[in-house]
Design a protein around this ligand. Structure first.
Ligand code: SF4
Length: 490
């Protein structure tokens, strides 16, 4: 017999209802609640509250609200608070009841200002340390990369600071007053290109104009990811125009601080392959599996048509270079700011040389710059070209793409808030959530942890690891692709 739905009739009392029963056993928030201790935040922010006055919303609730905001990629804090009474799982996660008064949306922005970046940094570090303790971090090999994040500001908010028209722009006048009080952020950030010194967004003055694809106001996120279970061990946000190569050492330091393990190998793309980075890795005893930036530049553009530096042979005894035409390039001058020595061929010999069109575009003669630590540099470059390095560079591409692609689920591609410190908070929460995902998946049962399984692809060979290595040795291309897919899975 077909059932008929009776007209809705509100009950006055509900007995025997607990939210705990309403939330399924395998709910993601239940897993997070089991794994993460949010109480730590009391200690972190206790100095930020007075001893009397209004009683605040408990800090763990605020932190959980921030987590919900990013985890469910809710558009705004207002929307989060509006949705909260309708979501039994969120209420349960917060420890609220059906009739608990909901906090105002402004508690979140006030807490961010009151706590500052440090509290969220500690949250991220705490999660990383939990991953280390769960055996999910190997620590010896890290992959580094960066990605651009759109600022929460429109291109229409950009003002030319050298044009007098800016004084007709009301937003600019307000911004100038604000910057007088707050200190101009552009003065604090080095490495600003000329363009960003001239143009400023009145909505978010710390966002930089970046011309990659469409010209937009952007920030730059830099991440270090451990190879074992793809745990993000260090992260940093800078203005969009900061070169990623300059942040490599900061990432290595943060990784070491957060995991208490020194990286022995670093893997990055050619943008990190600068002389400074190679020498820094050499001094720190780190293997740099990074393609050479100079080599890449030589292959592209006009330089691809002329002989590269490695066709010139250095003779230590005479301190000269022998060119492909059999002539000698002699020491000409020392370039102290670049720590290099310039060698040049004779103007007469180069002028008469048949190979000239393949060798130089200069009107005088071919020159070669030799770094004062060229031998160390050559060692590092040779290491970067090894088979092991090439394998790591291929793995890096998939692994880093994946970490940024997963972050998109949490609204990573656009900043939720304005100003650098707020975007940094967003990144700490996003990276923490990504790590919690792995922690929830493997952390409670270390036998399943890929860190233990892979142990940097080689050391501990479990069934999966052994299978991967076996597949790597197969010559069949189709099987190699399959092997790559398995490595990607890890
Ligand atoms: S152009 Fe000068 S440096 Fe180049 S091959 Fe000829 S002689 Fe040698």
């Amino acid at each position: 017999m077909m059932g008929q739905q009776p007209p809705p009739q509100e009950k006055l009392f509900y007995t025997g209802i607990t939210l705990d029963k309403r939330v399924r056993r395998n709910h993601p928030l239940r897993n997070i609640d089991e794994v993460i201790d949010f109480e730590f935040i009391y200690n972190e922010v206790k100095d930020k509250y007075g001893s009397n006055g209004n009683v605040s919303v408990p800090p763990p609730i605020i932190l959980k609200l921030m987590l919900l905001l990013v985890f469910y990629n809710v558009r705004s804090e207002r929307e989060l608070m509006d949705t909260l009474p309708e979501r039994l799982d969120w209420l349960w996660f917060l420890g609220y009841d059906l009739d608990t008064d909901m906090p105002n949306h402004s508690v979140l922005s006030k807490a961010r200002t009151k706590w500052g970046v440090e509290a969220f940094k500690r949250f991220f570090e705490m999660i990383v340390w939990q991953c280390v303790e769960a055996g999910l971090v190997d620590g010896s090999k890290i992959f580094v990369d960066s990605s651009l994040v759109d600022a929460d500001a429109s291109n229409n908010s950009v003002v030319d600071t050298q044009s007098l028209k800016r004084y007709l722009n009301k937003s600019y006048q307000e911004l100038e007053k604000r910057l007088d009080i707050e200190e101009d952020p552009r003065k604090e950030t080095r490495n600003h290109r000329k363009m960003n010194n001239r143009y400023i967004s009145t909505t978010d003055p710390e966002a930089s104009i970046v011309r990659v694809g469409k010209t937009k106001l952007r920030y730059h996120t830099h991440r270090a990811v451990d190879t074992a279970a793809e745990i993000i061990t260090a992260t940093e946000v800078t203005t969009g125009d900061v070169n990623e190569a300059h942040r490599m050492n900061a990432l290595i330091d943060s990784h070491q601080e957060n995991t208490e393990t020194a990286a022995k190998t670093i893997v990055g793309d050619s943008k990190y392959g600068t002389i400074k980075n190679y020498l820094s890795c050499h001094d720190r005893g780190i293997k740099a599996h990074i393609p050479d930036l100079k080599k890449k530049q030589q292959k592209s553009g006009l330089r691809s048509e002329i002989y590269s530096d490695n066709r010139f042979l250095y003779d230590k005894e005479s301190d000269t270079y022998e060119c492909p035409g059999g002539k000698r390039l002699k020491r000409r001058k020392v370039h102290k700011p670049r720590d290099s020595v310039e060698y040049a061929g004779s103007i007469k010999e180069c002028g008469q040389c048949e190979l000239r069109r393949h060798c130089t575009k200069s009107k005088t003669s071919r020159t070669i710059k030799r770094h004062m630590r060229q031998d160390e540099l050559d060692t590092m470059r040779a290491m970067a070209g090894s088979a092991e390095s090439k394998r790591d560079i291929t793995t890096r591409h998939h692994l880093m793409e994946r970490t940024f692609a997963r972050a998109k689920r949490y609204g990573y591609k656009r900043a939720r808030w304005r100003r650098l410190w707020r975007v940094q908070i967003q990144e700490y929460i996003t990276a923490a959530i990504q790590n919690i995902d792995v922690l929830v998946k493997y952390g409670r049962d270390t036998r399943k942890a890929p860190a233990v399984a892979m142990e940097t692809n080689q050391r501990t060979l479990t069934a999966y690891g052994a299978r991967c290595i076996e597949l790597l040795n197969w010559s069949n291309i189709r099987k190699k692709i399959k092997c790559q897919q398995i490595l990607c899975f890890y």
